[in-house]
Design a protein around this ligand. Structure first.
Ligand SMILES: *[C@@H]1O[C@H](CO)[C@@H](O)[C@H](O)[C@H]1NC(C)=O
Ligand SMILES: *[C@@H]1O[C@H](CO)[C@@H](O)[C@H](O)[C@H]1NC(C)=O
Ligand SMILES: *[C@@H]1O[C@H](CO)[C@@H](O)[C@H](O)[C@H]1NC(C)=O
Ligand SMILES: *[C@@H]1O[C@H](CO)[C@@H](O)[C@H](O)[C@H]1NC(C)=O
Ligand SMILES: *[C@@H]1O[C@H](CO)[C@@H](O)[C@H](O)[C@H]1NC(C)=O
Ligand SMILES: *[C@@H]1O[C@H](CO)[C@@H](O)[C@H](O)[C@H]1NC(C)=O
Ligand SMILES: *[C@@H]1O[C@H](CO)[C@@H](O)[C@H](O)[C@H]1NC(C)=O
Ligand SMILES: *[C@@H]1O[C@H](CO)[C@@H](O)[C@H](O)[C@H]1NC(C)=O
Ligand SMILES: *[C@@H]1O[C@H](CO)[C@@H](O)[C@H](O)[C@H]1NC(C)=O
Ligand SMILES: *[C@@H]1O[C@H](CO)[C@@H](O)[C@H](O)[C@H]1NC(C)=O
Ligand SMILES: *[C@@H]1O[C@H](CO)[C@@H](O)[C@H](O)[C@H]1NC(C)=O
Length: 803
């Protein structure tokens, strides 16, 4: 309740007296105005960084256009194809228009494409090279299908709300990990000439009330306002967007929510101010679908393209507003120039496949096949599927399995969902799980959305390899765990497999001779709805029931977000537990390779698993605004925890998590030694504040390396495995978390092998946001602490350094 009564003002949070608010009779959001400062006019593209050539080509192109043609570039339209959105061609000048399509984890909604591991799975792999590779492979598919812009990757939501329904689409609840991986993704996809659209900008941290609705009196309820103070904005939510802009993302999608009471697609502070001025963004801002709420205001605030339709507010009215002087023609020119610059920047003017060529309007009608699947993508798909598995419990080397003679398999998550979802066929398979499919296997939501399976809680009946909604994937096939375990048994000739994948209460179901009982459960999530809880009792009863009967119970959880395990984790018969996340189409094969020890697990948690839901505090659940409250028409979310989300919060409150951020086991042991710190000679500027020209991402200095930390890692066990070495920094300034991730390196080491890893810290990694100076500032003269180790709470090496 306190969250409804607080508002962020300046960088401190002020508790407003409820009586005062009631007296003010909030009938509109004027009450809140002034918090999102006006920033006008909208900055024009300048050709910063490596955009100079694209900028001049775009200028030359746009100079030839009529006002109507420029307007045509800014608004989407529906065509008879499977693209999520289209931009009109300008045929007289050889511009074929644009196809933009979902989403960040692979091409959705068409055939002959692959279903990649989801963002959270890639986050759990902590592998920069693999993330780049996934981007390259995925980009090749978007290109082959004639898609100009991938509607992804996702770095917002960041993962503030533990139950957030879309947290699985992004990489991690930590901005640094998220930022490093998003940059690799963007470079990978764009190396194929496909643009990326980094989303959702910004503060879209929950699904509940993300869009305007009507209440029982038929009044319009505005979407939730994320009231984020300037420091939190910069140090947390903006951070990975900086990496995205710096990596050259060509588009940014403004989100559904409001920020400080101004809709994200017409917020001049976030678009004109932060994105286009401070970050020097050279591409275009495109609205989330139906996220535009005004015509002139959104144009002036920096929106450049609207989806899915220009006719909602712009179209002929934008032309008229320019002709009658309401909107300067320079603003329209800038929209068109930014959009065309991305076309040249990605070289789409040179031999790009025809727009939407592989995106038929209907898959059920005969259509020409464009096979976007490249055999060269297969190793990367499998490797990413493997590396996102996180082993968190492994008593007495239960895993890997040693030549098992008999395995028994339990649980609804072991089997292929094709046979179990209420709507099998194209909608759930080739088209990817839609949010309706997921709703229909969830409970506690509108029954109008479909039948609900009462005792499943929020698990999906069938193995999950993706979350639901626009970020879902369209796999070429699904390797379900039971299929892959069977295939392995068939191959080795000695193992027998029994299974019971539906009955949770089976007694006498455990064959006395079994070597292990493999239990499969899941926790599904989807766009459009937040999760009701972080565990469900149906799945927990299944685990407990089998554990009560089987002394070697191995639990695998496919989880589209945080999943608590405290109802059974200490059960003495639960001998091993794996968070399997969302591995994509190679799910079962990848798991089997880990279970049998063909590869050692190498993932680590990209979020914190608590012992109890209450440990997440107020940001466990989304803000729910009661209809009778004074905020009912203008829901508010104060973000009063500031930067203290996930491990930053657990550290600050001294709460012991079940499994901390960065935690994960493998089949060997690593030792850490020899930390050393060296200052890079002649960093570009020794002063506290960042300087230098603005390049995409901000001041050039921010990206200069200033300090290198090195440490040696040795494999002291008996099998080869990869370790993810992590560097955490304590910045000596008030309001800073005790430690923040500022480096990670994944290295594969053979038994006895040893390697020195280097963490290169950029100026921004050691800076705090100075809201008064409106700049990043290093704490010159302050004693920074550096710790290196295997997780955020296992840091054997520490040292301090004075800048
Ligand atoms: C909006 O609300 C303020 C009080 O917060 C009130 O003074 C003003 O008259 C209202 N404006 C409209 C148009 O209702
Ligand atoms: C939101 O309001 C807070 C408090 O006044 C301010 O620090 C921040 O800069 C504002 N952000 C935007 C985007 O308006
Ligand atoms: C906008 O594009 C559509 C489709 O090509 C075309 O019919 C229309 O004439 C265009 N408008 C202008 C002003 O070019
Ligand atoms: C709700 O309001 C809209 C216009 O704002 C109107 O078209 C609609 O009929 C109203 N519905 C009801 C049930 O009153
Ligand atoms: C254009 O503006 C008029 C008048 O404000 C409005 O009725 C109409 O819906 C608008 N059309 C479009 C396409 O935005
Ligand atoms: C100019 O055109 C726009 C869009 O139709 C309209 O909203 C605005 O009122 C017009 N302004 C003037 C001064 O005619
Ligand atoms: C899951 O699907 C299977 C196969 O369609 C069905 O027999 C079973 O009852 C379903 N389980 C639940 C909990 O809905
Ligand atoms: C399983 O057994 C428990 C305890 O006896 C009971 O509460 C529950 O309803 C049973 N569940 C099913 C699906 O039969
Ligand atoms: C563990 O499993 C064995 C069967 O192998 C069973 O006898 C025992 O009761 C189980 N332990 C617990 C604590 O349930
Ligand atoms: C969290 O704590 C509450 C109250 O102590 C308890 O009812 C609940 O089962 C706990 N949840 C988990 C996952 O342990
Ligand atoms: C270094 O930064 C200071 C403070 O912002 C600035 O005055 C100075 O010009 C910068 N020096 C260089 C070489 O950029």
């Amino acid at each position: 309740m306190a969250r409804l009564c607080t508002l962020a003002v300046g960088s401190v949070t002020v508790l407003l007296a409820r009586g005062v608010i009631a007296e003010a009779q909030i009938t509109n959001d004027t009450f809140f105005y002034g918090q999102s400062p006006p920033v006008y006019p909208s900055p024009q593209i300048q050709g910063l960084g490596d955009w100079a050539a694209a900028y001049s080509q775009a200028q030359a192109f746009v100079a030839q256009l009529t006002i109507e043609e420029k307007t045509n570039l800014t608004g989407g339209y529906a065509e008879e194809n499977g693209c999520s959105g289209n931009i009109y061609a300008i045929e007289r000048l050889g511009f074929p228009g644009l196809c933009v399509t979902d989403a960040g984890n692979g091409v959705r909604g068409t055939d002959f494409v692959n279903g990649y591991a989801s963002g959270i799975h890639v986050g759990a792999a902590w592998n920069k090279g693999l993330t780049y590779r996934r981007g390259v492979d995925m980009g090749g598919e978007f290109r082959a299908k004639g898609v100009n812009l991938q509607l992804g990757p996702v770095v917002g939501p960041l993962g503030r709300v533990a139950e957030g329904g879309r947290n699985w689409e992004g990489f991690s609840a930590d901005p640094y990990l998220s930022g490093k991986l998003v940059a690799q993704h963007i470079r990978g996809v764009q190396s194929n000439g496909v643009g990326t659209c980094t989303k959702h900008y910004i503060g879209n941290e929950q699904e509940t009330d993300r869009n305007p609705t009507t209440n029982s009196q038929n009044e319009t309820v505005a979407s939730l306002s994320s009231n984020i103070d300037d420091t939190t904005m910069h140090e947390l939510y903006l951070w990975p967007f900086v990496d995205a802009v710096h990596a050259g993302t060509v588009a940014i999608m403004c989100s559904y929510n409001r920020i400080n009471n101004s809709y994200a697609c017409q917020n001049s502070k976030t678009l004109n101010g932060i994105l286009k001025t401070e970050l020097g963004f050279q591409g275009y801002v495109v609205s989330d679908w139906f996220a535009q709420h005004s015509g002139v205001a959104s144009a002036e605030a920096g929106l450049d393209m609207v989806m899915p339709s220009g006719l909602a507010f712009w179209g002929p009215n934008l032309t008229e507003a320019v002709q009658n002087g309401s909107i300067p023609e320079a603003r329209l020119n800038d929209m068109a120039t930014r959009i065309m610059a991305t076309w040249y920047y990605t070289n789409q003017n040179d031999g790009y496949p025809a727009r939407g060529v592989g995106m038929p309007a209907s898959l059920s009608a005969p259509h020409e096949v464009v096979n976007a699947r490249n055999p060269s993508a297969r190793p990367g798909l499998m490797q990413a599927a493997v590396e996102g598995h996180v082993l968190v419990k492994n008593v007495d080397n239960t895993l890997p399995l040693q030549k098992p003679r008999l395995l028994t398999v339990y649980g609804y998550d072991a089997v292929n969902p094709q046979f179990n979802t209420p709507t099998p066929g194209l909608s759930s398979w080739a088209l990817g799980l839609t949010s309706t499919d997921v709703y229909s296997v969830l409970c506690g939501f509108s029954s109008a959305l479909g039948p609900c399976t009462p005792f499943l809680g929020y698990a999906a009946n069938g193995t999950i390899y993706t979350g639901g909604g626009s970020g879902a994937t369209s796999p070429a096939y699904i390797s379900a765990p039971l299929d892959a375990i069977q295939a392995r048994a068939m191959q080795d000739g000695d193992t027998v497999v029994y299974w019971d994948t539906q009955n949770i209460n089976a007694t006498g179901a455990v064959e006395g001779a079994t070597d292990a009982c493999l239990v499969f459960i899941n926790a599904e999530a989807s766009e459009g709805v937040d999760r009701p809880a972080l565990y469900d009792s149906y799945s927990d009863s299944l685990v407990i029931n089998i554990a009560n009967q089987c002394s070697n119970t191995i639990v695998t959880i496919h989880n589209a977000g945080i999943r608590l395990v405290d109802n059974w984790i200490d059960h003495p018969n639960v001998t091993a537990v794996i968070y399997a996340h969302l591995p994509g189409q190679d799910s079962g094969r990848a798991l089997v390779s880990i279970l049998y020890g063909d590869v050692s697990p190498s993932g680590k948690l990209p979020y914190t698993v608590a012992r109890n839901e209450s440990d997440y505090g107020a940001i466990l659940s989304p803000v729910q605004t009661p209809e009778e409250s004074e905020y009912s028409l203008f829901p508010q979310d104060a973000f009063s925890e500031g930067v203290y989300i996930d491990y930053r919060s657990f550290d600050a409150k001294n709460i012991t998590p079940r499994y901390e951020f960065g935690y994960g086991l493998t089949y060997t042991t690593f030792s850490y030694s020899d930390i050393s710190i060296s200052k890079i000679p002649n960093p570009r500027n020794q002063s506290a504040y960042a300087t230098g020209a603005i390049i995409p991402g901000g001041h050039a200095d921010l990206f200069a390396n200033v300090v290198t930390v090195s440490a040696t890692i040795t494999n002291i066990g008996s099998v080869g495995a990869a370790e993810i070495a992590q560097l955490y920094v304590g910045i000596p300034a008030s309001g800073q978390p005790v430690r923040q991730l500022r480096g990670f390196e994944k290295v594969f080491l053979t038994p006895g092998g040893s390697q020195t890893v280097h963490f290169y810290l950029q100026r921004r990694d050691l800076s705090v946001w100075d809201a008064v100076a409106q700049n990043w500032r290093m704490v010159v003269g302050g004693h920074y602490s550096f710790s290196v180790g295997a997780s955020s709470r296992d840091l054997p090496l520490t040292s301090t350094f004075t800048l």
